[in-house]
Design a protein around this ligand. Structure first.
Ligand code: ADP
Length: 269
């Protein structure tokens, strides 16, 4: 059984393209040197995961990314006993592997995970830097090469899906947001291959749709969706169809809201 199908381990090689918004690269590097855990806050699809992959490659550290979800338990991160060839053997989870081997463990959307996850990360996020494994009786000391990075989206309206202050206050935090217009145009053009002049109206539309966040929409258009939309257009899809598929349908299931979004799109593109 694969206990952690959602875990991705980064390929070594090229440094993933990342355009900084400020001094976040320097902050990351300093936190890494001082062995401080890092919290990335910001809306979905604004570059947090790309930033972590970029920094891992730059610092030549192995990266293990876990996309947290509401069934993810502490045991999914630390490990469990599994039956293998008639024997029960302990199998490390991704957090334990990162602590044993050194490297970055990135828990994406940590608020989605079960409450017991906070219990395992707390002793790793203070000066003890330990990971007690109750089931094996081990207490692992994190090597200097280990760094814990977590992310969450404070924009969700759900009060239950917020990070407790007792957890939040254990991290250095960096706030992420969508990049200024010109930088976002350049990123979307670079990622999709679509010429900047065709990307500009899409970014203008994204700004209009983001302004509706909190009124009719829970979330605005992400940079990720803009890249998808531009990629569809670059591959020959009509802009209207690409906008529908990438910028409107993913945002809402409500027919009235959808119709209103189409009106906004028609006025811009
Ligand atoms: P998040 O982790 O915040 O949900 P991602 O890191 O997956 O978002 O970003 C989504 C996509 O947006 C990336 O795959 C990349 O194409 C693009 N992107 C967003 N911000 C940047 C940035 N600053 N530099 C380069 N690409 C970016």
């Amino acid at each position: 059984m694969n206990a952690n199908p959602q875990v991705k381990t980064a390929d070594a090689g090229q440094v993933p393209h990342y355009v900084p918004a400020g001094n976040e690269c320097e902050l990351f590097e300093t936190a890494w040197k001082r062995q401080l855990p890092l919290l990335l806050k910001g809306p979905t699809g604004c570059g947090k995961t790309r930033f972590v992959s970029h920094m891992a490659e730059r610092l030549e550290l192995p990266l293990s990314t876990v996309s947290c979800h509401d069934d993810l338990t502490a045991a999914d991160l630390t490990g469990r006993f599994l039956l293998k060839g008639g024997e029960t053997v302990w199998v490390d989870g991704p957090l334990t592997r990162s602590v044993r081997g050194g490297g970055i463990c990135y828990l994406d959307e940590i608020v989605e995970a079960r409450k017991d996850v906070a219990v395992v990360i707390h002793p790793l996020t203070d000066d003890r830097r330990i990971l007690p494994l109750e089931r094996t009786g081990e207490v692992l000391e994190a090597p200097s090469e280990f760094m814990l990075v977590v992310s969450y989206n404070p924009g969700y309206q759900n009060i239950l899906k917020t990070l407790k202050p007792s957890t939040k206050q254990r991290f250095i935090a960096i706030e992420f947001d969508f990049l200024p217009r010109e930088q976002e145009v350049a990123i979307v053009a670079a990622e999709s291959g679509l010429a900047e002049r065709h990307v500009v109206p899409l970014v203008t539309l994204a700004h209009r749709l983001r302004a509706l966040k909190g009124h009719d929409l829970e979330e605005g258009v992400s940079t990720r969706l803009l890249v998808y939309c531009a990629s569809l257009i670059e591959s020959g899809l009509k802009p209207r169809d690409a906008i529908r598929a990438a910028l409107i349908e993913p945002l809402t299931d409500d027919p009235d809201v959808r119709a209103a979004l189409f009106e906004v799109a028609n006025a811009v593109v």
